[in-house]
Design a protein around this ligand. Structure first.
Ligand code: FE
Ligand code: FE
Length: 189
């Protein structure tokens, strides 16, 4: 592998991430607004501030590399955000809306986690230590955000409106599992 080629790929992927972060800066306020619980709403607002920092770190990296801070349309993020917008258009009730928003947000975080892990690896190979340090800070915030989303999801409880329906799952407290929403379950039955 030629280092010049890898460096081009590195910069290309940073541009993709820069565009992805900027798309998120526009999307997160809408997700905060659509959230039912204060906890989720303020979580999105907090991540919006972090996301602005992610974009700034990328600008800092471009500057160090002597590259213009410009993005390259991230189609994946565009798709993830479009799906999130679809979710917001549904008339889910209360916590089900929050559960759906968390599903969208986790998809975004996992995309970012995969992308940052990858550019960190490239940066390490290229000896771009300063860039790697900045990218690692962002990766940590993305990971923490995903964990917070899981924690909110783990607090969800089904109301006992259809007794008997869940009788054999009384003690079901699996962590990190999809929310066992009745709606989804009956739809699949
Ligand atoms: Fe980010
Ligand atoms: Fe993020």
């Amino acid at each position: 592998m030629q280092s010049q080629d890898l460096k081009e790929l590195f910069i290309d992927e940073l541009r993709d991430l820069y565009n992805a972060e900027n798309q998120l800066i526009k999307a997160l306020p809408k997700m905060a607004k659509a959230s039912i619980s204060e906890e989720l709403s303020s979580g999105f607002e907090a991540h919006l501030e972090q996301t602005k920092g992610h974009a700034q770190r990328l600008e800092q990296i471009f500057q160090t590399l002597g590259e213009k801070a410009s993005g390259k349309k991230c189609k994946a993020m565009e798709g993830l955000i479009a799906e999130g917008a679809e979710v917001m258009g549904e008339d889910f009730d209360g916590e089900v809306m929050d559960a759906a928003l968390i599903g969208s947000a986790r998809r975004v975080e996992h995309y970012e986690i995969a992308a940052y892990s990858t550019v960190i690896k490239f940066g390490e190979m290229l000896g771009q230590d300063e860039a790697v340090k900045l990218l690692e800070q962002t990766l940590e915030e993305e990971t923490e955000t995903d964990e917070k989303l899981v924690a909110i999801m783990n607090d969800f409880k089904l109301e006992d409106s259809a007794a008997g329906d869940e009788s054999d799952e009384e003690n079901d407290s699996r962590t990190n599992s999809p929310v066992p929403m009745k709606k989804a379950r009956t739809a699949r039955a």
